[in-house]
Write a protein that binds this ligand. Structure first.
Ligand SMILES: [Mg+2]
Length: 339
């Protein structure tokens, strides 16, 4: 049976404006893929990050240009597929991820098996965090209230009023907090002071404190830091990992950076080899992307898979999220359906 591929742009709106150190958005345009063999349809999602690549319009152009080549890709050979996707779309990691995911979903459905089983993972996942983006101090109480069901919060910092943000949050809650600076601290001194005062605030770890091109500074910070450091903007692709030894304690794997589930599995293997703690995260995504990453979730020490629950409305349903507990279904492939 020959394959066919459909694509469309879907606008997804967040409950709150989603602000981090370098950007603020209240909606995102993602590209949804439907890969059909006539009997089953595999779903994929590209949520392109401006930090790494161009937007959805550029992705549609790439899809139109390469549609015929895409349809010749083997459904059963993930290794060669990844290589072909990297050659076809070297500038778009999220498109690689969307296609890889759609092929995996189709493969799993044809096998009648959930992907987590195919990947040798389990349904036992740690509790995911819920993200609190940067906002005016006056809105923080409302946001902490909104996050009431979630026991672990991930706080976005990297502003010139980080102390005020943390004080405002700690006035509302004594939950375990994780902090993501998104490259927002520019000097080692600033970062050292940051790790010191965060360690006094019951913070579990610190994600990407400084710009990814300041790796020597980050290694110096790690010698000093009382908190574990986790790479995100520094840990994009599998080949990045060997270079992070000594600078980081853990790495954050995201499908939209690494190019899909095939490369994510490689990053898991490399993390075990280099002794990195594994975190799995996401962009603001629908339940397609979140359900895909969750298939490997049992390999992670820390999960930050809340992209779909930050949405005002999710056009898809897949894994559940009950107060941060990700519920993996026993359904073939990704187990995702249109709402
Ligand atoms: Mg991050």
């Amino acid at each position: 049976m020959s394959l066919s591929l459909k694509w469309s742009i879907q606008r997804i709106t967040t409950k709150f404006e989603f602000k981090i150190a370098r950007s603020a958005e209240s909606y995102y345009d993602v590209v949804i893929l439907e890969l059909s063999d006539g009997e089953f349809t595999g779903l994929g999602e590209a949520a392109p990050s401006k930090r790494y690549e161009k937007g959805p319009e550029a992705i549609l152009k790439m899809l139109s240009a390469k549609n015929n080549q895409i349809l010749k890709i083997s459904i059963d050979d993930a290794e060669s597929r990844q290589e072909q996707l990297e050659n076809m779309f070297p500038q778009s990691y999220s498109l690689q991820a969307a296609l890889d995911t759609a092929f995996w979903d189709l493969y799993g459905q044809r096998q009648g098996t959930p992907l987590w089983k195919i990947f040798g993972a389990t349904q036992e996942l740690v509790t995911s965090s819920y993200t609190i983006g940067i906002s005016d101090l006056s809105i923080i109480p409302e946001k902490i209230k909104e996050a009431a069901p979630y026991p672990i919060l991930k706080i976005k910092l990297g502003t010139d009023y980080d102390h005020d943000i943390m004080r405002a949050i700690r006035a509302e809650t004594d939950k375990v907090l994780r902090v993501d600076v998104n490259e927002g601290w520019k000097t080692v001194d600033q970062a050292k002071r940051g790790t010191e005062w965060l360690a006094e605030e019951n913070v579990e770890f610190l994600e990407q404190p400084m710009p990814s091109n300041q790796l020597d500074d980050i290694a110096e910070l790690r010698e000093f830091s009382p908190l574990p450091l986790v790479a995100d903007e520094n840990s994009v692709r599998p080949e990045d990992l060997p270079g992070l030894v000594g600078a980081y304690d853990g790495i954050n794997i995201k499908l939209m950076k690494c190019g899909g589930l095939t490369n994510a599995q490689r990053m898991v293997e490399l993390s075990l080899k280099h002794n990195f703690d594994i975190m799995m995260g996401c962009m603001v995504e629908t339940s397609i992307g979140i359900s895909a990453m969750s298939q490997l979730g049992s390999f992670a020490r820390w999960l930050d898979l809340d992209g779909n629950v930050l949405l005002a409305e999710d056009p898809f349903s897949g894994v559940g999220n009950e107060a941060g507990e990700i519920i993996l279904l026993d359904k073939p492939g990704l187990g995702v359906e249109k709402r």
